[in-house]
Design a binder for this molecule. Structure first.
Ligand SMILES: *Cc1c(COP(=O)(O)O)cnc(C)c1O
Length: 227
């Protein structure tokens, strides 16, 4: 199926989820996660009106960026785990990083970036062993420490929900992230406005929207199943 058709379906589902939650659909930013697909398919997504692109590997991101260098006004999101030594390869090419969960990454950003970087602190809400991200009780102390790095702007929190289809578990996870976000927002830290919530993927984005997501990261159901 063409990306434009898939996008139309996603847009409709976003509008429905916003209606249920009494939210404005313009507050939802859709990141097309292109890690599974070709440069051509990514180009097709941009032609369909996608503005935000996400990749989880440095090589993948730089490759897509090179292929799309003629395109104006794209916003690039790094959504994967980043090794400290690779920060320098990508930090001046991206607009957002979604996986900040270690001070060593903040140190590298401070050293290598030419401008302040929009960062999401990644939280492992469900505290699953296999996942990256801070456990909920580590988030506030970590964000306080980030004050020492002026190039790190904590614009929000990111999570990946547990691998389950159980709606109540997913909803609980997203709700918990929102509550942590609210607590940080109330602290009024100038380096951490922390307004945004990056949560929701192909299988759970509607629940994430109902629970307050402002950035959803969609791969498979938006650009996947290339023919
Ligand atoms: C791959 C990936 C996504 C998109 O996953 P889909 O299920 O294909 O929508 C979102 N976020 C992160 C961090 C990813 O690695």
């Amino acid at each position: 199926m063409q990306v434009s058709q898939k996008k139309a379906t996603i847009d409709k589902r976003i509008i429905e989820a916003c209606k249920r939650a009494n939210r404005d659909e313009n507050d939802i930013n859709v990141i097309a996660v292109t890690k599974y697909v070709s440069n051509e398919r990514t180009q097709e997504a941009v032609q369909a009106g996608i503005k935000h692109l996400g990749e989880n590997r440095v090589e993948g991101l730089l490759d897509k960026q090179d292929a799309l260098k003629e395109e104006q006004q794209l916003e690039w999101h790094f959504i994967g785990t980043l090794q400290s030594r690779k920060v320098k390869d990508v930090i001046n090419c991206i607009d957002y990083i979604h996986s900040l969960d270690r001070i060593s990454i903040a140190q590298e950003i401070e050293k290598r970036s030419l401008h302040p970087v929009n960062c999401f602190v990644q939280v492992n809400v469900s505290s699953e062993e296999s996942k990256h991200g801070l456990s909920p009780n580590e988030v506030i102390p970590f964000i306080k420490k980030l004050e020492a790095f002026p190039k790190v702007r904590v614009i929000g929190l990111m999570t990946m929900a547990p691998f389950t289809e159980e709606e109540s578990t997913l909803r609980e996870c997203f709700k918990r992230l929102r509550e942590i976000r609210d607590t940080i927002q109330d602290m009024g830290l100038s380096h951490a406005p922390c307004k945004e919530l990056s949560m929701g993927m192909s299988n759970d984005f509607e629940i994430a929207i109902e629970e307050g997501a402002t950035f959803i990261r969609i791969g498979t159901s938006l650009v996947g199943e290339e023919e």
